[in-house]
Design a protein around this ligand. Sequence first.
Ligand code: HEC
Length: 223
Amino acid sequence: MANKNVSVWTSIPFWRRSAAWVTGFATILLIWLSFDTLGQITMGTDADLLNKVTKRVPAATVINYKIGYEMSKERGHEVPTIGEKQPFFGKEWSDKDAAALLHLGKLTSQAKNCMDCHTLLGNGAYYAPDLTKAWLDPAWQDGGPLQGMTGKSTVEEAIAEFLQNPSQYPTHARMMPNLGITADEAKGLVAFLKHMSSIDTNGFPRNFSKSVETFKAGGTHAR
Ligand code: HEC
């Protein structure tokens, strides 16, 4: 046979070796990313909050603090901020009680299937407003129309009242149905919503601050 110059691109051993290297590299990368993600989403502790250590997912006792939402120049989107202590349903919650309340709220959100209509942390439906940052919605804050509508003077009492009797407070074309939520379940759900709003979600959902601006400008609140 004549001495033929075989191109590397048609060499089977070359492709076999490449496939082995790429698979090996991707496997290591995925393992590393999995551990990194686990570290990022591990819940912080009460001590982190006291020592002002920023965690992507703060401890349940974050419900004892005022949560803000501020633009970060470096990151190019809003990030939650944890401010002064603020009573939640009139008191400060211990580590154990805060965790139990949050747990009740999470179970209730699953039992009542909020995701059927709402989106939570990117999962769920778009029939009703995204709840990821609902706690921070100025409409629930002092002087906001939703708070005013319920006649309550704190964000938590206003949302809890709404959750127990949504059909009494029709605000938009779509109405949230009564889901038979008890007073305790409503407290748990509000803790769940407040905690969720304190999670650093890289600025997700993107349109949240825009709807807030529309609201501030006196337009209809985007939903
Ligand atoms: C059948 C659909 C449906 C289900 C299930 C549902 N909701 Fe709603 N919810 C709505 C609709 C529609 C609205 C908008 C009501 C309005 O603006 O008048 C709403 C509004 C809300 C609001 C106010 C939104 C805001 O911008 O702050 C909150 C908070 C809320 N729901 C929480 C919940 C929670 C918690 C659950 C689960 C326990 C739940 N919803 C289950 C349909 C639903």
